[in-house]
Design a protein around this ligand. Structure first.
Ligand SMILES: *Cc1c(COP(=O)(O)O)cnc(C)c1O
Length: 442
């Protein structure tokens, strides 16, 4: 029940938070991690990776990367842009889905990051990074993109702040995802198929093979070289790093307030996990309260068997990127050079999980499950979600929906009370080809 300001209270399944209730600080879990976070390391050979990050990344983001403060002020300018972009985002109770599943004991809620302007949670960090870059006098944001969500989010954020965006996009995907490329271009981004003619490295590869399909590692290398070629350019990263997870904490911080509004509280928080930014965003504010003894709750990361870094990875130092440009980070990793089977939920194909998530997994605070990479089970869950709740979720988010449904059914069959929160990291309007492939339509 939810008192909506009228005399009577009615059953309302959208739990809104007014803009003036939006959190004013992000949460950084690093100082609360039991045993601390293992520090990044320099590899034995090559240039200093820390020094090269220092000259290429946004200075404020680097500062946050090493921060040991639990709470970091969200500048007013970023709060304004968050509200402009539709924050706070609603939390929903999945009543129709619960009915379909015949649940009497288990309850399911979901957080609507799919309502962002570009259709994913990545906007939360893109806005922050673009804002800080503009403040630091930068003119151009440079990045690589795999699935395309990050490039789109950054292009959008840059357009809000009057900055340019240059995206290096693996040629094979560039050709395949024309819609997403168009969206980036509409926001004013310059999108290059990588390898490109824009960098010496790209030109060398093209000379060897004019139809080179590219790879994420090549796109990163080109992006870094391109950044070095101009003084007003910075390189931006969309997942894995501490500052990205800090920015994403807005998701869980809002959710905590929304659960308070309805007098409920989750026993399990679920999110899909590639690099860990949306999972971290929704889970870590709740986990901080668990670590401080204020709450009991479990956390479940939903992965693809194509990239089961938390399920099958080793906990060791590895590069954060395919090309080995980052410092070595302590992570659950499949190896930065491993090849992963292509899947439609491309955003989950990442070789390692964020150092923060990995450290917490290592201490037993994070459970993980991996779904088959034919993706049929996850898209079927997404279809049931669409039929009951009405929203079309991204393939990545479908993994979280599958996990929430499975957990609710299990609790129900054990006659166990259970409140589940699932994060919907993105919408599926640009994933309809995947739905068509995975679901038999009448
Ligand atoms: C990028 C992306 C993911 C995976 O990245 P994380 O950093 O693990 O969150 C998941 N869902 C959507 C919609 C994405 O765009």
């Amino acid at each position: 029940m939810y008192n909506c300001g009228h005399e009577a209270t009615v059953e309302i399944d959208q739990i809104a938070l007014p803009p003036d209730e939006m959190p004013t600080k992000w949460y950084n879990i690093v100082p609360d991690i039991p045993g601390g976070l293992p520090p990044p390391k320099e590899p034995d050979d090559g240039e200093s990776r820390m020094a090269s990050l220092q000259k290429r990344l946004v200075a404020e983001c680097l500062k946050q990367e090493g921060s040991t403060e639990s709470w970091i002020d969200i500048p007013e300018g970023i709060r304004e842009l968050y509200v402009h972009a539709g924050r706070p985002r609603p939390l929903y109770r999945a009543r129709r889905l619960e009915q379909r599943l015949g649940l009497t004991k288990a309850r399911i809620y979901y957080k609507r990051e799919d309502l962002s302007p570009t259709g994913s949670h990545k906007v939360n960090t893109a806005i922050a990074q673009a804002y800080y870059a503009a403040n630091e006098g930068k003119k151009t944001l440079v990045t690589e993109t795999g699935a395309g969500q990050w490039g789109t989010a950054l292009s959008y954020a840059a357009s809000l702040l009057g900055l340019k965006t240059v995206v290096f996009w693996v040629r094979a995907v560039y050709d395949w995802k024309a819609e997403r490329r168009t969206l980036m271009q509409l926001y004013g981004a310059k999108v290059y198929a990588s390898p490109s003619g824009e960098t010496a490295f790209g030109r060398k590869l093209l000379a060897e093979d004019p139809r080179h399909p590219g790879s994420l590692g090549i796109a990163v290398s080109e992006g870094l070289e391109y950044t070095d070629l101009g003084p007003d350019r910075v390189y931006c990263l969309g997942s894995v790093l501490n500052h990205v997870l800090i920015h994403q904490s807005i998701i869980g911080l809002e959710s905590i307030k929304q659960f308070e509004l309805v007098g409920d509280s989750p026993d399990l928080v679920v999110g899909c996990l590639g690099g860990g930014s949306n999972f971290g965003g929704v889970a870590l504010p709740f986990m901080g309260e668990v670590l401080r003894g204020k709450r009991e709750c479990r956390f479940l990361a939903a992965q693809s068997e194509s990239a089961p870094n938390l399920v099958k990875g080793e906990y060791r130092y590895d590069f954060g990127d395919t090309a080995g440009h980052t410092p070595l980070l302590m992570m659950y990793t499949l190896g930065h050079e491993t090849s992963m089977k292509p899947i439609k939920s491309d955003g989950l194909r990442y070789h390692a999980a964020a150092p923060i998530i990995s450290a917490l997994r290592n201490k037993g605070y994070v459970d993980a499950v991996a779904y088959p990479n034919d993706e049929v089970a996850v898209f079927e869950a997404a279809k049931m979600f669409l039929e009951t709740e009405g929203w079309l979720v991204a393939g990545e988010s479908a993994h979280a929906v599958r996990a929430a449904i499975d957990q609710a059914k299990e609790a129900e069959s054990n006659r166990e009370e259970k409140c589940i929160l699932a994060n919907i990291s993105g919408h599926g309007f640009l994933d309809l080809d995947a739905y068509r492939e995975k679901i038999k339509l009448e």
